[in-house]
Design a protein around this ligand. Structure first.
Ligand SMILES: [Zn+2]
Length: 490
């Protein structure tokens, strides 16, 4: 078998669509670093960009002083998802479909290019985008996520026509402004008691920032998720390593955070409801971070009544993060995901609608946690147009993330959509969640606010909005009745 055919087959197993494999394989992308004296923030940016691009693109050329290091990050990312690495190399052979130059102008003007920079909280695109000496990973990760989204936008411009995608142009911002968090500082942080429910793709993005936070981190961090890595996770999970498939997600993230010697990280390989039942309800949860994959799971997390919640999400071309401290008209997480009343559906009906599996099969799969048979996986794959390899042998609850956190790109023949795993969407949602977490930890304001953003558009502070109490919220209603009773009111 030729190397080209081997590559094609490996990518087919990952992405499941010949059209998409041809689209990705047909593009050559270059990442250029400074030729000498690469500053720390450029290295952080290059690292996270190389990881996220390596999860999607099979042909990447690296050049500049630290090209070998960036290349090895991309290779590890590709291998973690079982993708080929022979199209990843240290080279400069223009013209390219896209050049991303980090902190310096692109070497020549013949290829379409973007120049990206970051330093501390600052991100910049365009002619004056530069990097600096800060070790803060927030700006670099935010810039890398946006740059990776722009690579995709430019390479698939015709397919994304009509989606609202826009170039960033010459644009820069202090990311704290996007989140009404100008008071954030690069200082020691104390997470107190924090529970993370759901250690999926967005939580992996957030975890990288916590891992790289250059100051002391203290507190008691509990990671709650019963899932092991699936073979398809390598497409979206930031810094997932080769050989992780089949191993515990919470254990892997706990291991990554060991560098913070004074942070107590406890992995709990069980689902949120089992964890909370075992934990008991006498003492309320102080802070919960949700990186969950369905609205129903978020409602269930909200019903655990945490005092403070950080929520992160992706949905097709949109990403977002919110902070919820309910009370006095401020919404809780449940308020943000009220139960649908016009077409109420139980979990079985919802899974039936999302997967196409018959309700009796859904009910059995949910209650037994058994994995999808080849025949069931084929039915979901055929009806929903997602790769068979990514769902076969997975439990049903792992199928929803594959359906939710993928963007849809129109095929040329306009007959349907191809699902693309947007590693950059998960990354950006994770960065936004980390900023919300910092906001909660450092500024401790009692507010409920959410930020949502089209991943192919220029981020704006206008996308932050206050999250009000929802009239139909069962959590807030019950909580208010309880408070009234405690205060002796009728
Ligand atoms: Zn509520």
């Amino acid at each position: 078998m030729s190397a080209t055919e081997k590559n094609r087959q490996a990518l087919m197993a990952l992405f499941g669509s010949d059209k998409l494999v041809a689209m990705l394989s047909g593009k050559r992308i270059a990442i250029t670093l400074p030729s000498a004296s690469t500053p720390p923030s450029a290295m952080l940016l290059a690292t996270v960009l190389s990881d996220t691009l390596g999860r999607l693109w099979p042909n990447l050329d690296f050049s500049g002083e630290q090209a070998e290091i960036a290349l090895s990050v991309s290779e590890e990312a590709a291998r973690s998802g079982g993708a080929p690495t022979n199209g990843l190399r240290v080279a400069w052979e223009p013209p390219y479909d896209m050049v991303v130059s980090i902190g310096v102008p692109a070497p020549q003007a013949a290829s379409p290019s973007i120049q990206v920079g970051a330093d501390g909280w600052h991100v910049a695109f365009g002619e004056s985008a530069a990097c600096g000496d800060s070790l803060n990973p927030v700006g670099p990760a935010f810039a890398a996520g946006l740059a990776a989204a722009q690579v995709f936008r430019i390479c698939f411009e015709s397919e994304l026509a009509g989606s609202g995608a826009k170039p960033l142009g010459n644009w820069s911002i202090d990311v704290r402004e996007l989140f009404n968090a100008r008071g954030l500082e690069l200082t020691d942080i104390d997470l107190g008691e924090t529970h993370v429910f759901g250690v999926g793709a967005v939580t992996h993005g957030m975890a990288w920032l916590l891992e790289k936070w250059p100051r002391k981190v203290t507190g008691d961090l509990n990671l709650v998720d019963s899932d092991n890595y699936g073979s398809g996770n390598g497409q979206r999970y930031a810094f997932m390593r080769e050989g992780s498939a089949g191993t515990s997600k919470v254990e892997a993230i706990a291991e990554r955070l060991r560098g913070h010697a004074q942070l107590t990280v406890t992995p709990h390989s069980k689902d949120m409801n089992t964890y909370c039942r075992d934990h008991g309800y006498e003492r309320p949860l102080e802070r919960v971070v949700t990186g969950l994959d369905s609205e129903e799971a978020r409602r269930q997390a909200a019903l655990k009544c945490p005092k403070r919640t950080i929520n992160m999400w992706t949905s097709e071309s949109y990403i977002g993060a919110g902070q919820y401290v309910p009370g006095q008209g401020r919404g809780c997480l449940f308020c943000a995901y009220p139960e649908p009343v016009d077409n109420p559906m139980d979990e079985v009906a919802r899974f039936h609608r999302h997967t196409g599996l018959n309700p009796e099969v859904v009910r059995e799969l949910l209650s037994s946690s058994r994995e999808l048979t080849a025949q069931e996986a084929l039915k979901v794959s055929t009806e929903k147009g997602i790769p068979l390899e990514r769902i076969q042998g997975e439990p049903l609850r792992s199928v929803l993330p594959v359906l939710c956190a993928t963007g849809r790109v129109l095929r040329d023949d306009a007959k349907g959509a191809v699902d693309v795993p947007f590693s950059f969407s998960s990354l950006l949602a994770g960065v936004a969640g980390f900023i919300m977490l910092l906001r909660d930890v450092q500024l401790s304001a009692d507010v409920s606010e959410g930020w949502n953003q089209h991943v192919f558009k220029t981020p704006s502070p206008l996308m932050l909005s206050s999250q009000k109490r929802h009239l139909r919220c069962v959590r807030c209603t019950a909580f208010e009745l309880l408070l009234a009773a405690q205060n002796g009111q009728p």
